[in-house]
Write a protein that binds this ligand. Structure first.
Ligand code: F6R
Length: 241
């Protein structure tokens, strides 16, 4: 595991954008695994800036997102599809058909998970996966559990995740209770992984994930076993390491 220590969130976002731009530079039709949440927003702004400056071309890039809420339509303002359109896709020259998220409206979320993994494989696999980490150590929506779940699957969200995500909804009871998420195996198959962590509130879980044992009760700890994993974090997040 490689660690890049950044002074602040801006530097973290710039560094992450450099790595991602390097990936697109090496392989114009690369497959990028993307995340939602607050942490990658600065990265997406940097990518938009690079595109507008003529330094980055997304015309052949394909993207696959980690997760989507069950029951939310793409046009729902809290859906992850809506988030990605607003924060990134609409502002760059990516072809809509090259952007993929699990279908939250599927009648059969488990089958949708299997379809999603087959689709990723058919694309050729993820070249670079961007991740954030939840306060309970989740990656994607892989919540703390007794075992790691390999494939993309439907999950019941934990109370702590529902509470954390309620900041985006009018009330906690509007947060969907289920989501479809890439599994741990789907994530670990990515050729490279870049995890972005910001702020003192993530310091304890960061230490548990990367300085403790590999344990499904801290899902991100599995990343210790990945061959090409980079942690980009600010000083505050690294303060317990
Ligand atoms: C987002 C995702 C989540 C977030 C995590 C951290 O697609 O899968 O695992 O990365 O909840 O979220 P933020 O960045 O908002 O702290």
């Amino acid at each position: 595991m490689r660690t890049i220590k950044c002074g602040d969130y801006h530097e973290l976002s710039v560094k992450a954008a450099e790595i991602l731009a390097g990936c697109v530079g090496e392989k114009a039709d690369c497959i990028l695994g993307l995340a939602t949440g607050s942490t990658p927003v600065g990265l997406y702004q940097e990518l938009i800036g690079l595109y507008q400056a003529g330094k980055l071309d997304f015309s052949r890039v394909r993207t696959v997102n980690l997760d989507e809420y069950v029951g939310l339509a793409p046009e729902h303002p809290q859906s992850y599809r809506y988030f990605m359109e607003g924060k990134l896709f609409r502002h760059i020259n990516i072809a809509p058909e090259n952007t993929h998220l699990p279908n939250g409206l599927s009648d059969d979320p488990e089958e949708e998970g299997r379809r999603y993994d087959r689709m990723i494989e058919a694309l050729g696999g993820i070249d670079l996966q961007i991740l954030g980490i939840g306060h309970n150590g989740h990656i994607g929506f892989n919540e703390p559990a007794e075992v790691f779940t390999p494939g993309t699957h439907a999950v019941e969200l934990s109370e702590s995740t529902i509470k954390a995500n309620s900041r985006f909804f009018a009330a906690a009871d509007e947060v969907p209770r289920r989501a479809i998420t890439m599994g741990i195996g789907s994530i670990m198959r990515a050729k490279k992984i870049l995890i972005l962590v910001e702020g003192a509130a993530k310091a304890e879980i960061l230490k548990a994930a990367f300085a403790g044992p590999v344990d499904p009760r801290v899902p991100a700890s599995i990343l210790q076993l990945h061959r090409d994993m980079t942690l980009i974090a600010d000083k505050a997040a690294l303060s317990c390491m």
